[in-house]
Design a protein around this ligand. Structure first.
Ligand SMILES: Cc1cc2nc3c(=O)[nH]c(=O)nc-3n(C[C@H](O)[C@H](O)[C@H](O)COP(=O)(O)O)c2cc1C
Length: 253
């Protein structure tokens, strides 16, 4: 089995992320998130496509479950336009979070490495709060793929990880696009229909990029597969009016 990502790929930074440091960079800020669906394997392809656009800055938020489907995260940081990766343990030190996925005993290596070091974890009133800073930074949030679990939590208003806290604190004048990806029976379940209806009909700042029909990773065939990654990129390019870099533009004439 190829190596997959781990929370310890990206230790908690020593200095806090502040949106105001990037407010005048003249770039379109895309916050791209992935959740625990096999379709997260498409993230490198999406990033590679976005790397061709000028004045574009991409930051990534990953749920702990999504890491199973991603390459070591330092590989993603090498892709042009990828300016940061933000994980649950950058907001909540392991062992303090109420989210069992962040419990210290499941990931033993990491917090002890940082004990005694200065980190960006909130310490006092006035310190930046990561999920609020990410919301301030982002012109758009794209969650591709969105798992059944995270879909339910979004619609239920849960905010027990970094991604869900960003969604919960979102400025509803800006768009959130989601690309659900799940087993056909999960997609066809009545609770999914109810949740998707809320996003499509009631929460106007959401855009649902609906799944497509194909053979799924689990061997079932039917709807629930994430929309083609290139169609997702095409959607965000059009929505945010991204422009190809000069070299890419020439090649594409
Ligand atoms: C190999 C594997 C593949 C999975 N694929 C999916 C999927 O495509 N869609 C989905 O909704 N859940 C899938 N799951 C289940 C989610 O990973 C699980 O519900 C997890 O709690 C989601 O957490 P998150 O929403 O915080 O990322 C899969 C789990 C495993 C182990």
């Amino acid at each position: 089995m190829p190596p997959h990502a781990s929370p310890s790929d990206i230790p908690t930074p020593q200095t806090a992320f502040k949106a105001s440091s990037y407010a005048s960079d003249g770039k379109t800020h895309i916050l791209l998130a992935a959740t625990g669906s096999v379709a997260s394997i498409k993230i490198p392809l999406i990033l590679s496509a976005l790397s061709k656009y000028s004045n574009t800055s991409v930051r990534l938020v990953f749920t702990t479950s999504s890491l199973l489907f991603l390459p070591p995260l330092t590989e993603l940081l090498k892709i042009p336009n990828v300016d940061g990766i933000h994980l649950d343990h950058h907001e909540w030190p392991r062992g303090l979070s109420s989210n069992p996925a962040n419990a210290k005993e499941t990931i033993p290596s990491d917090i002890s490495e940082q004990e005694g070091q200065e980190t960006s974890i909130w310490a006092k009133i006035g310190d930046p709060i990561l999920h609020i800073e990410l919301r301030r930074w982002a012109d758009i949030l794209m969650i591709a793929p969105l798992s059944a679990n995270s879909l339910a939590k979004v619609v239920g208003g849960f905010s027990d990880n970094l991604l869900l806290s960003v969604v919960r604190a979102w400025d509803t004048n800006r768009p959130i696009a989601v690309a659900p990806a799940m087993n056909t029976l999960m997609w066809d379940h009545p609770v999914t229909k109810t949740q998707v209806r809320v996003l499509e009909e009631e929460w106007k700042w959401f855009r649902v990029l609906r799944p497509v029909e194909k053979m799924l990773a689990c061997g079932d065939s039917g709807s629930g597969a994430m929309k083609e990654w290139s169609a997702i990129v095409a959607w965000v390019v059009e929505e945010m009016k991204l422009k190809l870099g000069e070299e890419e533009g020439v090649e594409n004439v």
